[in-house]
Design a protein around this ligand. Structure first.
Ligand code: ADP
Ligand code: MG
Length: 542
């Protein structure tokens, strides 16, 4: 008889999850991820303490940091983690918001799937809603430019309000604005900020308020010899990627020395080589040497005698920054150095920071480069400071580059929610339901902000809706007073890019997850092992 032998297509042990069941489990996993970060949203959000396998502790409020640290196994959950990563890469802030939004639109999709609306229809409706939302964002946004320093400061401060350094946020907002504007460039009518030109240097110790911006580059190294000067004005900088030492032979060589003259000659030869290096550097007029490799005692001694400020074993990344900033060229053959290889800096100086000496290279006219030196009592403080400052730098950059900003505190989300509800009937059909669901999903942001502040979420949402129906477009939740107030007056401002990107990546991921109706996991697949890295988990479904 036909059909009695089952045809095995998949290898034994393959796990398979199909249809509704696949959708339900994917959505459940995505929701779990969103729930994991919910409580951190907003100024009244809590922090999380993460402990890794080695017992190392990270304390943070940053959505993407939390999700990167926790080990996620479910493939759909991994996709949600990717939302946070994308948001972090594209904008640098709003990671929690993006994840919560993705979780919420998926949750609402689940209800529709239960009502037998086909996932592709939902996906289509969601796409339309996202497109409309983006248009609305452009309309709602207000202009901001590099000249509006105050406003940019407020944008920076808003991004830091939920962080541990909130008390010092004015100081750091100021640092972020100064740093971004220092490196901002107008290219063909558009502002560009290359974040590589802003260096963050962390030095544990001292007070948070000792943090400062340096117009130049900080290298965490001290000069190799105490007889060298500590301060050089109008420095001529040689950047050397070669060892200033006599090479040890690669193989065991025996040198027969039978009388004192021979020994003298041998040592003299070594000295001559080193002398030659130092003479070459001095000959072209170098007053500062940054060496990427080693510099031996004899070389240090000669360099000190010539009054050349020298540091050794400089990190490659620092060397790259130094070449860019000083306009110098990396030299690999010291004997071949020419004066054209030298860079310049107004001042190269060694300064004591905490217990360490660091080298400050300032007044580099070639490139725009700034450093922010972060200080703080403990490693945890300095690390969280860095993450917060990073957010601040990113929002200021986004605001300067796009020239557009919005108000925060959930004001934009309510506005979008109401506007999408108005738009939905014009589409009609089943897509209309999906657009309405998307509209409701936007409310998750103000609702969560209210919940985290201990406010009644329902009352707050009602109040917000009323305000916005009356045309108060900028009304959001003032978490201090618990009232619904104008966010412009309270200086709660955000770059448009935060919300725009959150909508885009939340939609993309939700749509991708919705369209999956079959999860085929091979026997060998164990989450974590397949850490696809950059490729992300999508590949597993291709
Ligand atoms: P994310 O990782 O999404 O950036 P945050 O914890 O930084 O999460 O919280 C951002 C949210 O907090 C935004 O919706 C922002 O509008 C809101 N927010 C920030 N400052 C205030 C404030 N002073 N009052 C009300 N809401 C605020
Ligand atoms: Mg934030």
């Amino acid at each position: 008889m036909m059909g009695t032998t089952p045809i095995l297509v998949l290898k034994e042990g393959t796990r398979r999850d199909r249809g509704r069941s696949a959708q339900t489990s994917n959505i459940a996993a995505a929701k779990a991820i969103a729930d994991a970060v919910r409580s951190t949203l907003g100024p009244r959000g809590m922090d999380k303490m993460l402990v890794d396998g080695m017992g190392d502790v990270v304390i943070t409020n940053d959505g993407v940091t939390i999700l990167k640290e926790i080990d996620v196994e479910h493939p759909a959950a991994k996709m949600l983690v990717e939302v946070a990563k994308t948001q972090d890469q594209e904008v640098g802030d709003g990671t929690t918001t993006a994840v919560i939004l993705a979780g919420e639109i998926l949750k609402r999709a689940e209800d529709m799937v239960e009502q037998k609306i086909h996932p592709t229809v939902i996906a289509q409706g969601y796409r339309m809603a996202a497109e409309k939302a983006t248009e609305l964002l452009e309309e709602l946004a207000e202009k901001v430019g590099p000249k509006d320093k105050d406003t940019l400061g407020k944008i920076a401060a808003t991004s830091m309000i939920s962080k541990a350094i909130s008390a010092n946020r004015e100081q750091f907002a100021d640092l972020a604005v100064k740093a971004v504007l220092r490196v901002a460039e107008e290219v063909a009518g558009a502002w560009q900020v290359d974040e590589d030109n802003i260096q963050i240097v962390k030095k544990q110790g001292g007070a948070v308020t000792d943090s400062e911006m340096v117009d130049g580059i900080i290298v965490d190294k001290e000069r190799v010899h105490t007889a060298m000067p500590t301060r050089l004005e109008k420095a001529k900088v040689a950047l050397v990627n070669a060892a200033l030492e006599v090479k040890k032979t690669e193989f065991d060589a025996r040198i027969q020395i039978s009388n004192p003259e021979q020994l003298q000659a041998f040592l003299g030869e070594e000295e001559n080589i080193i002398r030659g290096f130092v003479d070459a550097l001095k000959g072209v007029g170098a007053t500062v040497v940054f060496g990427q490799k080693g510099i031996d005692d004899m070389a240090q001694h000669f360099l000190a005698k010539e009054g050349i400020y020298t540091i050794r074993r400089v990190k490659k990344s620092d060397m790259e920054k130094l070449t860019k900033a000083t306009g110098g060229r990396l030299v690999t053959k010291i004997q071949a150095i020419s004066s054209a290889d030298l860079g310049t800096a107004e001042l190269v100086e060694e300064r004591k920071i905490g217990n360490d000496d660091m080298t400050f290279v300032t007044g580099c006219k070639e490139a725009k480069a700034v450093s922010i030196l972060l200080r703080g009592g403990t490693e945890h403080v300095v690390d969280e400071l860095e993450r917060s400052l990073d957010d601040a730098l990113n929002v200021v950059r986004a605001a300067v580059e796009d020239g557009k900003m919005l108000t925060g505190g959930g004001s934009v989300h309510i506005e979008l929610s109401l506007a999408l509800r108005d738009y939905a009937p014009s589409v009609g059909g089943r897509e209309q339901m999906a657009i309405e669901a998307f509209a409701s999903a936007f409310e998750v942001v103000p609702r969560t902000l209210a919940e985290n502040a201990g406010l009644d979420p329902i009352d707050t949402l009602l109040e917000l809706r009323t305000a916005h129906t009356k045309g108060r477009k900028h009304h959001g939740i003032d978490l201090e007073s618990g009232k619904v107030l104008d966010m412009r007056k309270l200086d709660v401002l955000e770059p448009m890019r935060v919300t725009k990107q959150a909508v885009a990546s939340a939609t993309d991921t939700a749509v991708m997850i919705l369209r999956i109706d079959d999860v085929i996991a091979s026997k060998g697949f164990k989450a974590g092992e397949g850490e696809a890295g950059e490729g992300g988990p999508e590949g597993e479904f291709d």
